[in-house]
Design a protein around this ligand. Structure first.
Ligand code: FES
Length: 150
């Protein structure tokens, strides 16, 4: 993310330290992660110590300090999904994307995570992409679904 864009986001929030969290959320949302350069700029402009910013960035799960893909893929490995073949879905997604849970591909297209339950067990096995639930997955369906994302 360009420093000018970071400045615009800071400006939008009147450059006030009280808006630090919202500024960080905006940068995260637009850039998919918080780069050291962006956070250093926020620290400088808002006169907030980097240690405080880092503490916030590591405390909230919404923030990432490493680059993330444009699409976040969650594979449910909870019991209901597991007994219906979640492992095969995970294997398929790993093969299709070339990444393991916790990783992001080099094109920054996908980030992959496993979760314990997405709250829609009857649809298992479940894959969620950017918050959209794909239920009753099969390896073929999972592979096809991933191809629809740019
Ligand atoms: S166990 Fe997968 S949605 Fe609940």
């Amino acid at each position: 993310m360009e420093i000018e864009r970071v400045d615009q986001i800071i400006e939008k929030h009147h450059g006030e330290a009280i808006n630090l969290l919202q500024i960080m959320l905006d940068i995260q949302s637009e850039n998919n992660w918080l780069s050291k350069q962006a956070l250093a700029r926020v620290s400088e402009k808002l006169s907030v110590p980097m240690t405080r910013i880092q503490h916030i960035a590591t405390f909230y799960k919404a923030f990432s300090l490493v680059p993330k893909g444009r699409h976040k893929v969650h594979i449910c490995m909870g019991t209901a999904c597991h007994v219906r073949g979640a492992t095969r879905i995970l294997d398929t997604v790993e093969e299709a994307t070339g990444i393991k849970p916790g990783e992001t591909d080099l094109d920054l297209k996908f980030s992959l995570e496993t979760v314990n339950c997405l709250g829609c067990c009857a649809l298992g096995p479940v894959m969620e992409v950017d918050g959209k639930v794909h239920g009753k997955m099969s390896p073929v369906k999972a592979s096809k679904a991933l191809k629809t994302y740019e």
